[in-house]
Design a protein around this ligand. Structure first.
Ligand code: HEM
Length: 182
C-alpha cells in the first residue's frame, strides 16, 4: 500500500485551481490545475509546474478519546458530493520544533483547541494530513480537505479560527489553495 503521495500542479489534473493566496512566507508559482497522485518516488516537473511530496503517517498528538471522536464522524476523501477542495501547505518555525512533545501538544490542543474546533466541522469536511518535514521538502505539512460547495464558507470560518490560535504563531509559511473538481 502506498503512503507516499504528490500534489502535482500544472496545466492538467482532476482539480482546477481557483485561488492561491500566500498567507505567510514565500509564494508558490501559479498553476491552473492540480492532481493528487501516489508517488513512491519524487516526481520531476517541467518549468512552471511544481510537485509537493508528503506521506501519510501516524498521529502525534491525538488522545484515545479524540481518535474515537474523530473516527465516529470523519468522512473519506473522494465523496462524489465533495466538489471543492483546499490544499494548505504549512511550515512551522524552528521554535516549534525545539519544543518538547508535551509542550507542543499543550499549545496544539489545550490552548489552541485545534481538534475541538475542527470536530465542529465534521462530517462536512473530509481531511487528510500529509507529513513532509523529514523528507527534504519545503513544507512540514500538506493539509488537504474536500467538501461540497455549500460548505465552502464554513470551511473559511474554520481556517480563520485556526489561524487566530497560538498554534499559528509558530507557522512561518502558509499557502492557501482552493480548488474545484474538473
Ligand atoms: C476539518 C477539521 C479538522 C480537524 C478535525 C483536524 C484535526 C486534527 C488532528 C486531530 C490533528 C492531530 C494529528 C496528530 O495527532 O498527529 C491535526 C493536525 C494538523 N492539522 Fe488539523 N484538523 C482540521 C482542520 C485543519 C485545517 C483547516 C488546517 C489548516 C489550515 C489544519 C492543519 C493541521 C496541521 C498542520 C496539523 C499537524 C500539526 C502538527 O503536527 O504540528 N487542520 N488536525
Amino acid at each position: 500500500m502506498h503512503n507516499r503521495y504528490a500534489f502535482v500542479a500544472g496545466n492538467t489534473g482532476a482539480w482546477r485551481i481557483l485561488t492561491i493566496n500566500t498567507h505567510r512566507g514565500a509564494a508558490l508559482a501559479t498553476a491552473s490545475s492540480l492532481d493528487l497522485v501516489p508517488a513512491p518516488d519524487p516526481i520531476s516537473t517541467p518549468p512552471g509546474a511544481w510537485a509537493l511530496h508528503g506521506l501519510i503517517s501516524n498521529v502525534r498528538y491525538a488522545t484515545r478519546s479524540e481518535v474515537t471522536a474523530l473516527k465516529a464522524v470523519q468522512q473519506p476523501l473522494g465523496r462524489p458530493t465533495a466538489d471543492r477542495a483546499a490544499l494548505i501547505p504549512l511550515k512551522k518555525s524552528q521554535a516549534w520544533w525545539d519544543l518538547a512533545q508535551d509542550d507542543r501538544r499543550a499549545i496544539f490542543e489545550e490552548t489552541s483547541r485545534h481538534t475541538a474546533i475542527g470536530l465542529e466541522y465534521l462530517p462536512a469536511i473530509a481531511r487528510q494530513l500529509f507529513h513532509c518535514r523529514d523528507i527534504g521538502e519545503p513544507f512540514d505539512f500538506l493539509t488537504w480537505f474536500e467538501y461540497a460547495a455549500e460548505h465552502a464558507s464554513a470551511f473559511e470560518d474554520l481556517v480563520a479560527r485556526l489561524r487566530s490560535t497560538l498554534e499559528w504563531a509558530y507557522v512561518e509559511r502558509d499557502i492557501d489553495i482552493r480548488l474545484e473538481r474538473t
